[in-house]
Write a protein of this length. Structure first.
Length: 162
């Protein structure tokens, strides 16, 4: 570690308490305990070098564990989004070439038919679709097909459909 203050900061965090408080269960998590420990410390601002000293490993190992943990979290998030899209009672396919301004009308219409309330206004929905679709939407143009799903609770999920 660089200095004694870095040591004190790293030791002040009780990783077990943080993991228990967040409900970490190694049996049902996509993260290993070590990955969860590293993420818990990093989310509290602890430097990788301090984590390495605390865990008795190298900074390079901590970096690798953190990268793997973040990749696993991203994959888990993608899996949840996929499952939500499959289970959503409202699914609107938006083809390439469509105008983003037409999406709210189509989504609201499908939601009315399914008796599902959307948790967004038309401008908010367009913004959400544009952000979540990434490069599939450029300006007002849908350039790659997307799927807009709406859950029974009104949450909107956007996925590329190719």
């Amino acid at each position: 570690m660089a200095d004694s203050q870095g040591d004190a900061d790293a030791v002040e965090v009780d990783v077990d308490e943080v993991l228990d408080g967040a409900g970490f269960d190694p049996e049902s998590s996509v993260l290993t305990r070590r990955q969860a420990e590293v993420l818990a410390l990093r989310e509290r601002g602890t430097r990788q070098a301090d984590i390495a000293a605390l865990l008795g490993t190298s900074r390079a190992n901590v970096s690798s564990v953190e990268a793997s943990a973040r990749e696993n979290v991203e994959k888990a998030s993608e899996t949840v989004a996929f499952a939500e899209a499959l289970a959503a009672p409202v699914r609107v396919e938006v083809e390439s070439g469509a105008d983003l301004y037409d999406v709210p009308r189509r989504v609201f219409g499908a939601c009315d038919e399914a008796d599902v309330k959307v948790n967004h206004t038309a401008p908010g929905l367009m913004n959400l679709v544009s952000e979540e679709a990434g490069t599939a939407v450029q300006g007002r143009q849908v350039v790659d097909p997307i799927l807009v799903g709406v859950t029974t609770g009104g949450a909107v999920r956007v996925r590329r459909s190719e």
